[in-house]
Design a protein around this ligand. Structure first.
Ligand code: BJW
Ligand code: ZN
Length: 240
């Protein structure tokens, strides 16, 4: 912990990559591991463009249910510590970039201002025909599937398996990771590509890699510091 804390204090460019584990303490299930979403639901039936084309009603009902779960929880100490770190870094004119794979919007609700949402956001709805995007933060949609004002069906504004990441957001995320002095990898199993490659890319360009996770991951072996425990407890301690 002390070595990682010192490295953070010295860094002028910090990048942070978060995954579902940071929201676990808020009560949102992760995808993999005990109690994970993919233990109950099959990703190929719900989180692929093919699944949506086959049965948009089913996919939308699942997303509508997840929206209601997320709307009922609060950001936790881990989200708040990252929002606080962003403010601290900015007041010292140092660079800070938060990259998240999470679609739940909890970083924003915790007060983080600049968030690169590489897998999109569950509150964004995108038209399948005209591509128009809108935000709808109601816990339950009035109508499922929702319709665009052009009359066509909307889809969740998230990135499914087999789809490319939003190009500009992804470019900024890669740049921030490889240009960082330190990359903090929090609560991700680091198995979903291309995001899973960010830690190795940053490391190969000289960044110090610090992992915060309750379990070992593919990042662990190459990390300079691997902190084992819940993000909500470790992050406030790390930034103290
Ligand atoms: C705690 C904790 C606590 C618990 N504190 N820690 C190269 C090799 C192999 C495969 C591929 C490859 N390149 C592409 C692929 C295919 C695929 C892929 O990676 N598959 C692998 C799974 C095998 N990738 C894609 O399809 C991606 N697209 C792509 O590459 O496109 C190429 C392309 C280019 C151009 C044109 C067209 C295509 C897209 C991936 C999209 C992922 N989507 C999802 C769903 C989002 C929407 C939704 O939420 O419904 O994103 S899947 C799901 O996994 C979600 C997550 O963001 C993502 C990552 O999961 P995450 O965050 O790591 O969560 P978990 O549950 O896995 O881990 C939680 C961790 O927290 C664990 O480690 C715990 O220990 C820890 N934890 N509590 C700290 N309290
Ligand atoms: Zn439309």
């Amino acid at each position: 912990m002390d070595g990682a804390r010192d490295a953070l204090r010295r860094a002028s460019r910090i990048a942070v990559l978060t995954g579902a584990g940071i929201s676990a303490e808020s009560g949102i299930p992760t995808f993999r591991g005990p109690g994970g979403i993919w233990r109950t639901y099959k990703a190929e039936n719900l989180a692929t463009p093919e699944a949506f084309a086959r049965n948009p009603e089913l996919v939308w009902e699942w997303y509508d249910w997840r929206r209601s779960v997320i709307a009922g929880v609060e950001p936790n100490a881990g989200h708040k510590a990252l929002a606080e770190l962003e403010r601290k870094m900015e007041s010292k004119a140092r660079e800070f970039t938060l990259i998240t794979q999470n679609v739940d919007g909890l970083h924003t609700r915790a007060g983080s201002r600049k968030v690169l949402k590489v897998h999109g956001e569950i509150w964004t709805l995108r038209c399948t025909e005209c591509g128009r995007e809108r935000e709808d933060t109601s816990p339950r949609l009035k109508q499922v599937p929702p319709l665009c004002e052009c009359g066509a069906m909307e889809r969740p504004g998230v990135v499914w398996f087999g789809e490319g990441l939003p190009p500009k957001v992804w470019m900024c995320a890669q740049k921030a990771a490889i240009e960082s002095d330190i990359l903090l990898v929090v609560g991700t199993s680091a198995v979903v590509h291309p995001v899973a490659g960010l830690a190795a890319a940053a490391k190969s360009r000289g960044a110090v890699v610090v992992e915060v996770n309750v379990a070992e991951t593919p990042v662990t072996a190459g990390a300079d510091y691997s902190l084992r425990g819940p993000a909500g407890a470790l992050l406030p301690e790390l930034f103290a």
